[in-house]
Ligand binder design. Structure first.
Ligand code: AMP
Ligand code: ZN
Length: 438
């Protein structure tokens, strides 16, 4: 970053409100200057009277800029949003989207250095030091979870084990032999991991695990607790998206009171996804981000589709970067079931609170005649599954009642044996929606 605000030290990286706004304005002007080099932004910005960075006079001018969406990025595939000479580009990443054309983000060496600094800062915030042994169980490759964290942990001076995702037995062996203290994974993989550990002949006690950074997909506070209790570790929520680099956009500190969003690298806005109007703090809305330190692919007012809230008050750690709450869902994964809006995360929150429920579940939607039918399939712990039929019926009703209380729909509940629902090594596909096929 030009003025190197990205200090690693927890206290030094804080800047007060006024200094931050001044800094953000300078960086925004520069970013608009970069963006104007792309035909896409030139067209968009000229339309609203922005022809050079001098047309940005205050942070309020940001509101004149139209939003950028994932579709805009897709339509610009593969080079439409490249703002530098290709000679300066040293890496390309794409989103992990499973459908359609991916979104492409180019990086110059300076872009990568800035990203790495943000990752260093993030992991320092949860107490990682150069003494740690870091095992990165995220997929390496186009997905940003692998290389993003990798370079940050290396720059901090930790010992990095680039194990990538999958092959649980090998992961466990590496973890045991190299005395891994910190891991990075998706919550789904961490659950899968916990179910395999005994079967593969290992115990939690013989590992030296202390912390995990879990992210890349939504999970509930109860899921965090379950993983923390199982492994006897601290779990920190890590938020990022490939369009904004990847991990290192917002990260929890040791106090776990929401994720500090690094405001010297991104301008944070919260909008109502319907009216697209800016919302104040402490109202849930869609997070909109503008990059402030990216040359190759600057993005202005990018609609993340992620629903969150700005956390009120100061964090006990002293950092002044505002925090965002756990992602409640996406504006585009919201399910409409019999006319009711339901987020998969609401369902997860309910079932993960029920002690008999194991680690895996699936939300299944189908049509019964003209009506929507929601089935929630949950795995139980094995001991319970072979128990009394009446007890199982009671449990089913309990899950059903608790779900009804939260989502206002009465779902069918199916109880499954452990290991019988599909497991995922990267991001889980929790929702199967068969309704559209009918
Ligand atoms: P990708 O660009 O493929 O890495 O996907 C980014 C998306 O993953 C984000 O926009 C979020 O919807 C989701 N995501 C990333 N981190 C988290 C997290 N900690 N909690 C919930 N969702 C997350
Ligand atoms: Zn904090």
């Amino acid at each position: 970053m030009k003025e190197k605000i990205a200090f690693r030290d927890a206290q030094k990286e804080c800047i007060d409100g006024q200094a931050l706004r001044k800094y953000q304005l300078e960086r925004l002007k520069e970013t608009v200057g970069h963006a104007l080099r792309t035909p896409f932004y030139q067209h968009r910005l000229n339309k609203v009277g922005i022809r050079s960075s001098d047309d940005i006079r205050s942070l309020k001018d940001l509101e004149r800029i139209p939003f950028t969406t994932k579709d805009d990025l897709r339509e610009s595939y593969p080079r439409g949003l490249l703002a530098t000479d290709m000679k300066k580009v040293v890496r390309v990443h794409t989103s992990s989207g499973t459908t359609g054309i991916p979104t492409v983000i180019y990086h110059t060496q300076e872009d990568l250095d800035n990203w790495t600094e943000l990752v260093v800062r993030s992991i320092v915030a949860c107490g990682v030091t150069s003494d740690d042994v870091f095992q990165n169980m995220m997929t390496y490759g186009m997905f940003t979870g692998g290389l993003g964290l990798h370079y940050g942990a290396e720059r901090l001076g930790a010992l990095v084990i680039p194990s990538g995702s999958g092959n649980t037995k090998r992961q466990l062996q590496l973890m045991k032999d190299f005395r891994t203290t910190v891991v990075h994974a998706t919550p789904s993989y961490m659950f899968h991991f916990s179910s395999k550990i005994g079967e593969l002949g290992f115990t939690v006690e013989e590992l030296n695990l202390k912390k995990a950074f879990l992210g890349a997909e939504p999970y509930s506070e109860n899921t965090r607790k379950k993983i923390e209790e199982f492994f006897k570790i601290d779990v920190y929520n890590s938020y990022g998206l490939s369009e904004m680099n990847g991990p290192g956009v917002a990260f929890e500190c040791i106090y776990k009171t929401g994720m500090h969003l690094w405001e010297d690298a991104y301008i944070l806005e919260m909008i109502d996804p319907e009216t697209k109007k800016n919302l104040g703090d402490d109202t849930q809305g869609e997070l909109v981000l503008t990059t402030l330190c990216r040359q190759a692919t600057p993005l202005l007012r990018y609609r993340t589709r992620d629903l969150t809230t700005v956390v009120k008050g100061n964090c006990p750690c002293g950092r002044t970067h505002r925090r965002i709450s756990r992602i409640a869902g996406r504006t585009d994964d919201m399910l409409i079931i019999s006319g009711v809006n339901v987020f998969p995360s609401q369902i997860e929150q309910v079932i993960m609170k029920i002690p008999e429920v194991g680690n895996n579940y699936q939300i299944y939607l189908a049509k019964e005649g003209a009506l929507d039918k929601l089935t929630v399939k949950v795995e139980l712990y094995s001991k319970l599954f072979s128990g009394d039929l009446q007890d199982l019926e009671r449990l089913k009703r309990k899950i059903q009642d608790e779900l009804r209380a939260s989502i206002v729909i009465t779902p069918m509940v199916e109880l499954h044996e452990p290991g019988s629902l599909p497991e995922f090594e990267l991001k889980a596909k929790r929702v199967v929606d068969e309704r559209i096929k009918i």
